[in-house]
Design a protein around this ligand. Structure first.
Ligand code: SMO
Length: 788
């Protein structure tokens, strides 16, 4: 490998920035298609109702109308969407496209296709729904109340099923008997919206001649969308192609096929035409699956010398109207990761999924780990307060030490590597500064919290053990083209996180070539290797990157062998020398033999394509390597966050005045991208700490329908003192030593901010168990404590 081409670790500006800033992005709404028709959905205005009538007579007779499909029409054309991850005992294993009962306000009941978007909207409004109202069940408490109306017909109740992870009950009881202090709290983590810059959208084109359905979708996972579309529409896999163009953010909300997207595809097949639907912001707020939604009773037992004896929890998960493929998944991950980076004698958690008549919940960046961190770190804080000891010391004393790794938790996760203490101490040190003078009505304090992050979600055997019907492996195809340039194909996709740049860096380093020789092609199921999970679960860089590094090293070897053949020498006597900005055909981009002979990179590629020369084996002619990588185990990133806040005792307003994050994500491929990922995650986490809550009224109808009612952080909400540092403990499971970081920034802010508020106003600390910490919630606590 040429020393001039160490690309891993360099802060290369992400490739998509310039393109998108100049307006050259191609998002779903930008795609050109001829003769395209437009769709609008007919949605239930009620949270719970039987659909007695769907009268589209007026719409159908309008000349602008191309097609209307109601529940009966959809029943003939679609099968339900199969679910992939079920709770034991779950009464349903699918989500219907054709619904004769609405179970949430906004549920799509039918679709209208017309020649313009406005016409489609008008005609959707003209469909007369006859709804027979059923009693709404908007909250988990309503769902579990005695004589609660049943949401799933014929089910025993509104519980979707339960699962328990961790130490057996007797072990918990035994550990509890040694306790000197037990802190128990009930926590409420509200539903939140993902608020991607670009809402969902689909452009479906069906060619009746060839029977090919081509779907462009603002999707986080094109391959799994294709599998689901095949199941729903009864189409063969070789006839369905899904392409993700530029995707303007997702955060877990574009992981699954939705019923409305499936309807657009069904309409395209029916019409033999191209149909586009772009979600409105209101639909995104009310009909895209939401995140979080958890009510948890949890406790921490502490023994002699402040030793952690027990973490346990009962988690009630608000699944909404249907258990989506990921419905209980995040909450199961809360149960799995409750223990965090600490030693504890026994840990366990039970997850009970509960149906409510609200839009389903699913994946959200941080996937249950944010919830686990909030619960755990708040309990530790409360224990420290009750014991009258330093919360930081209590954490440091109970952390798993580096020499104790690998360490298997009570829920069976094996932490591979890291130094949890170093990261926590560093975050605490960064945050230390003399407090500025504050007016008497302002309190100021800080807190430091810690977490581990599941990353590189794989291997496939682990998913199988959890009963998730997806694979964990990731494949790449790496090609050297006839002119020496390089193309990478991967099933992971770009959602604005910069993965195309990071993968190019890995390929260029593995091959020892300049970065700009490499193009990365993502998001097309016709060309990309299969990928079930794609860009989810902090896994894209680790798994696709790991595979790519293997592929690049193999292909580099083959190039050298070919070059040696052309130069008439042994491969180990050949040196690859490529100048930093050389072109593949330049004499400065060449293989050198021992005797001063040389051959350019381009010439080797060119001759290789002709099938000339000394090949390693006769069956490898094309300069392409395909590598499937299923790692031996999970790899765990970790981090610690410190927050400093002020609390206005008059208004209850919490301001984050400083924020310091230290992460260990192993070897960083691109520190600039890593910084952006962590910073963006922190911003998102701060929103969930302070303002974000997807609310519904007593009838279960969403009231947060736009950015007027739902506040995400603005620039002025992000502290100027935002410091991010990284330490590096390379992964031993992933080639290159990479660990994930896509979700890391999001996991800790609610815990850090809330613990800081508790430190600033200890009088209300016990009450700080619910998010977000809006001024009204904080003011209520201040009032209850007699402070305001
Ligand atoms: S919450 Mo994610 O898309 O793994």
């Amino acid at each position: 490998m040429s020393g001039a081409h160490h690309h891993i670790g360099r802060p290369v500006p992400p490739r998509h920035h310039d393109r998108l800033v100049r307006g050259h992005g191609r998002f779903l709404a930008d795609l050109r298609a001829t003769g395209v028709l437009y769709a609008a959905l007919v949605r239930s205005p009620l949270a719970h109702a039987r659909v007695v009538g769907f009268d589209a007579t007026a719409a159908r007779s309008d000349p602008r109308c191309a097609l209307v499909l109601g529940p009966d029409d959809l029943a003939k054309r679609t099968a339900p969407i199969p679910t992939v991850w079920r709770l034991p005992g779950q009464p349903e294993d699918h989500i219907p496209i054709a619904a004769h009962t609405a179970r949430y306000a906004g549920q799509p009941l039918g679709i209208v296709v017309a020649d313009t978007p406005t016409a489609a909207e008008d005609l959707a409004d003209a469909v007369r729904l006859d709804l027979d109202p059923l009693p709404p069940v908007p909250t988990v408490a309503d769902a579990l109340a005695e004589h609660a109306p049943l949401i799933v017909p014929g089910a025993a109740g509104n519980e979707a099923g339960s699962i328990r992870f961790g130490a057996p009950q007797e072990e918990i009881a035994a550990a509890l008997s040694r306790a000197e202090l037990v802190v128990e709290r009930e926590f409420t983590l509200p539903r939140v919206n993902h608020s991607p810059l670009e809402p969902r959208g689909v452009l479906a084109e069906y060619d009746p001649g060839t029977g090919l359905l081509t779907v462009h979708a603002s999707s986080q996972s094109p391959h799994s969308m294709r599998q689901d579309l095949c199941a729903v529409l009864g189409l063969r896999a070789d006839r369905v192609r899904v392409i993700a163009p530029d995707v303007g953010g997702s955060f877990g909300s574009k992981v699954l096929l939705y019923p409305d997207e499936a309807m657009v595809c069904a309409a395209a097949v029916d019409l033999g035409a191209a149909v586009r639907w772009v979600e409105s912001r209101t639909e995104n707020f009310t009909c895209a699956y939401q995140g979080r939604g958890q009510q948890t009773t949890a406790r921490l037992a502490i023994g002699p010398e402040g030793r952690f004896l027990v973490f346990d929890a009962h988690i009630l998960a608000d699944l909404g109207a249907y258990a989506t493929q990921a419905g209980s998944g995040p909450h199961q991950v809360t149960a799995l990761t409750l223990q965090g980076p600490y030693h504890v004698d026994a840990a366990a958690a039970t997850v009970t999924g509960v149906y409510t008549t609200r839009v389903p919940t699913g994946a959200y960046r941080g996937y249950g780990m944010q919830e686990a961190a909030f619960i755990r770190e708040r309990l530790i804080d409360e224990a420290a307060r009750e014991l009258g000891v330093s919360a930081l010391d209590l954490r440091l004393d109970n952390l798993i030490r580096p020499e104790e790794l690998p360490h298997t938790t009570h829920t069976g996760l094996t932490y591979d590597s890291g130094d949890y203490g170093a990261v926590l101490r560093r975050a605490a040190a960064l945050a230390e500064r003399p407090p500025p003078p504050d007016p008497p009505w302002v309190r100021r304090a800080g807190a430091v919290v810690a977490a581990v992050e599941i990353s590189a979600f794989a291997p496939s055997a682990l998913l199988e053990a959890f009963g998730i019907a997806w694979s964990g492996w990731e494949g790449v195809r790496l090609r050297i083209n006839h002119d020496g340039t390089v193309t990478v194909y991967s099933g992971v996709i770009a959602v604005g996180q910069g993965i195309e740049t990071s993968l190019a860096q890995i390929a260029a380093e593995g091959l020892g070539v300049p970065l700009d020789w490499v193009r990365v092609e993502l998001g097309d199921t016709d060309t990309a290797p299969h990928s079930d999970l794609s860009a989810q679960a902090s896994r894209a860089l680790t798994l696709a990157g790991g595979a790519l590094l293997i592929a690049a090293r193999r292909l580099a070897d083959r190039m050298r062998t070919l070059a040696a053949g052309f130069l008439g020498t042994d491969p180990d006597r050949v040196t690859q020398r490529i100048a930093p900005h050389a072109d593949p055909s330049s004499p400065d981009a060449a293989f050198h033999g021992a005797d001063g002979a040389r051959i350019t990179w381009r010439e080797v590629a060119h001759r290789g394509y002709r099938g000339w020369g000394n090949r390693k084996s006769a069956d490898r002619i094309v300069l392409e390597e395909a590598v499937d990588f299923d790692p031996p185990q999970l790899t765990f990133a970790h981090g610690a966050h410190a927050a400093e806040v002020t609390v206005d005792l008059g208004t209850g307003r919490v301001t984050v005045t400083g924020y310091w994050a230290v992460h260990d994500s192993g070897v960083l491929v691109n520190p600039l991208i890593a910084h952006g990922q962590i910073a963006g995650g922190i911003a998102q986490g701060l929103g969930q700490a302070l303002t974000e809550e997807a609310r519904a009224d007593a009838e279960g109808v969403p009231v947060t329908r736009s950015f007027r009612e739902y506040a995400i952080p603005a620039a002025q909400d992000i502290p100027e003192d935002l410091v991010i540092e990284h330490t590096c403990t390379p992964s031993t499971a992933i080639p290159g030593g990479f660990k994930g970081l896509g979700e890391g920034g999001t996991i800790l802010p609610p815990a850090a901010v809330t613990c800081a508020v508790a430190a600033a106003v200890p009088e209300i600390a016990h009450a700080l168990t619910s998010l977000p910490l809006t001024p009204s919630r904080v003011r209520a606590a201040l009032r209850a404590a007699g402070i305001t």
